[in-house]
Write a protein that binds this ligand. Sequence first.
Ligand code: NDP
Length: 414
Amino acid sequence: MAVTASVPSRLPERSSTAQPRAIDASRPMRLSVLGATGSIGTSTLDLVSRTPEKFEIIALTAQSNVKELAALARHHKARLAVIGDETRLAELRAALEGSGIRAAAGADALADAALEPADCIMAAIVGAAGLKPTFAAVSQGARIALANKECLVSAGHVFTAAITRFGAELLPVDSEHSAAFQVLAGADPASIDKIVLTASGGPFRTWTRDAIAAATPEQALKHPNWSMGAKITIDSATLMNKGLELIEAFHLFPVSVDKLDCIVHPQSIVHCLVSYVDGSVLAQLAPPDMRTPIAVALAWPDRMTAPTEKLDLARLATLTFEPPDEDRFPALRVAKAALRRSDTAPAVLNAANEIAVRAFLDRKIKMFDIAALVEETLNAAERQGAICPAQSLEDILAVDELARFLAYEKLSGY
Ligand code: NDP
């Protein structure tokens, strides 16, 4: 991929993300799925179950859903099942009795699961909780199919440096980044004018500011196009998700911040557009089904069959685009500012947003309070000198902890 050529970039190590190497296709791919019971995890295992002879499932993890984890582990004949919640170990052992599948529990066991030798690790734990296990996966130099966006958002510089150091291979699973990854194939970075990520606009795309202000969690959880976990669905409703994705894209692709943009595209068919200096625009299109980008990451550089509905453009008839409205979706503006501020600002943004989204789901705050709480937390962190360069995962985790403390402090004032 020519995108690995050197470009004026503050992060030359980002080029490591665009160097796919083939996995030995003469034997089944040894695959572990971190976050196996979630939306991405189950979609991954759905793909696996269609050609089981091509995969050997090594480790599956979940946080508290023992029943589903045990069922998946049995069905896929996993070697190891790990539950994050230590109090559920006995329950997991009972559910796996007679299967020969090893059981373990706790945060350290999650990271250990990521260290079990595998060709590919699907990193699909939600939130900053995915950092340690995904970093552990990187340290074994395997292919990382990265759904957990927090590794790039909170720890982008440190994470991409670790990918390079351990000779791991990073393939994006987020649909927009998978699209960009495919579209950029063969491109000279100097020829890229802009990478534009699309956003569906979420359930409130056409709502007035006043209506959004009064929106309930149930309304925010009704995504028009995608079926996803609760956290990312709320992020899609605020457009914070697009801000997080711009930060991800900055770490994945060798372009400067001002070459990254987003556009609202309600049909969610075009996932990314790359415009070149000669005026050409290349795009990737697919129906809104995460099994397509997951299949891309599992099979790269080949292709595997996915049960995604085939695209029928004549039936769709119309594809529309509109600029995002940062007045009605202030979270996008706050995230863009954190990207430009750089250093640990995105880690603070992510931690505060996790707290804010939880508070919104628990009906403690309203929709617009999410962006406000995140912005106040960023300002407080800046005043404390916590927005600074990070050298290690430990630095990031310390900032994450401080940001959560500050966000909770602010939350008590709502
Ligand atoms: P879900 O909420 O559906 O699933 C999360 C998974 O992580 C579950 O297996 C859950 O276990 C586990 N988990 C939750 N909390 C913890 C914890 N503290 N420690 C360890 N494991 C935990 O999330 P999604 O599948 O929607 O998203 C996963 C990641 O992928 C996120 O980072 C998201 O932003 C990203 N992503 C998701 C997309 C999607 O379409 N869903 C699209 C693009 C990116 P349990 O079931 O036991 O709670």
